[in-house]
Design a protein around this ligand. Structure first.
Ligand SMILES: Nc1ncnc2c1ncn2[C@@H]1O[C@H](COP(=O)(O)OP(=O)(O)O)[C@@H](O)[C@H]1O
Ligand SMILES: [Mg+2]
Length: 290
């Protein structure tokens, strides 16, 4: 099987990108990419970092709408909330697939360069599925965050369990092309991609405990084989769905006053644990501010 990837950009501009790039990606929809991208962007701003964001999911535009909803809340309530700097990426209208790929990749490079001029961090939300711009973005990642739903259906995206035994897992196509991206990035820039996988929407009930354990065991086996780190995940919580309309994240709730529910505190602690485990640069020895 040949895996076609964007060529590594060897231009000095690509090397000079000073911002740390976090790509939130996997090929499945509904895994929590946009939700996590927004929470990470807000967490970075709370930690005092200038943060830009790109929404490459130009069909769903979830992250764009999330930030627009936040702007509306700021306007309506005069809320003191920071919002990431966003740039729109218009995808190529060319009917020639090769031309379209080249134009999309160029548009991504321009947007990243513009954001890097004023930002310490760039968070990129990529669409589900397999498209050229998504691969191009993966190849630019310093940190690749892959959320997956806590089930073997989603596990299949990372590794195929052929016989039902976690010891028999083999890398999936997505894992193989992430591997390829890492190799090419290392060759082009000498820098590595830190690939982290987290389980999202894990069940809080005991009934699901057995499945949770089985998915966890299989992930551990695969992480050793294809080289990702497993970081603490997020539980299933209704609050994530409710916050979107106001453009708020869990990290903003403490600003509303009136105390936080226990479940929100627990959710925020999960986000803190995730943030710490990401080991992003520029926070050494700093206390969390959310
Ligand atoms: N931990 C969670 N608990 C409950 N709902 C969640 C959680 N994470 C995401 N969701 C919800 O799941 C849906 C899909 O999430 P989204 O971030 O849009 O995924 P993706 O970008 O991967 O398609 C959204 O309705 C979102 O609010
Ligand atoms: Mg999305």
């Amino acid at each position: 099987m040949t895996i076609e990837l964007p060529r590594p950009r060897l231009s000095p501009e690509a090397d000079a990108l000073s911002a740390h790039v976090i790509v939130v990606g996997n090929q499945k929809g509904g895994a929590g990419k946009s939700t996590i991208a927004m929470h990470l962007a807000v967490a970075l701003m709370r930690m005092g970092k200038r943060t830009g964001a790109l929404d490459l999911d130009v069909r769903q535009r979830t992250l764009t709408r999330y930030v627009e909803n936040r702007a509306a809340t700021i306007a309506a309530q005069g809320a003191n909330l920071a919002a990431p700097q966003m740039l729109d990426i218009g995808l190529s209208a060319s009917r020639d697939a090769d031309v379209a790929d080249m134009e999309d990749e160029a548009a991504l490079a321009v947007a990243m360069k513009r954001l890097a001029a004023t930002c310490d961090y760039i968070v990129i939300d990529v669409p589900a599925g397999d498209c050229h711009i998504s691969r191009a973005a993966h190849a630019e990642a310093d940190t690749l965050v892959t959320p997956m739903n806590d089930s073997f259906v989603d596990f299949d995206l990372l590794g195929a369990v052929s016989t039902g035994s976690p010891d028999e897992v083999r890398p999936s196509i997505y894992s193989e092309w992430v591997w390829e991206c890492r190799k090419r990035k290392a060759q082009a820039t000498g820098r590595a991609i830190d690939w982290v996988v987290l389980r999202n929407r894990t069940a809080t009930s005991r009934i699901e405990a057995k499945n949770k354990q089985a998915v966890g065991d299989a992930l551990k086996t695969l992480s050793g084989r294809i080289g990702f780190r497993i970081v603490p995940g997020l539980s299933e919580r209704v609050i994530f769905r409710e916050l979107f309309l106001q453009g708020l994240t869990l990290l903003d709730l403490d600003r509303e006053g009136g105390g936080l529910k226990m479940t929100h505190l627990a959710a925020r602690q999960e986000l803190r644990d995730l943030f710490i485990a990401l080991k992003l640069p520029g926070f050494e020895g700093e206390a969390l501010r959310f």
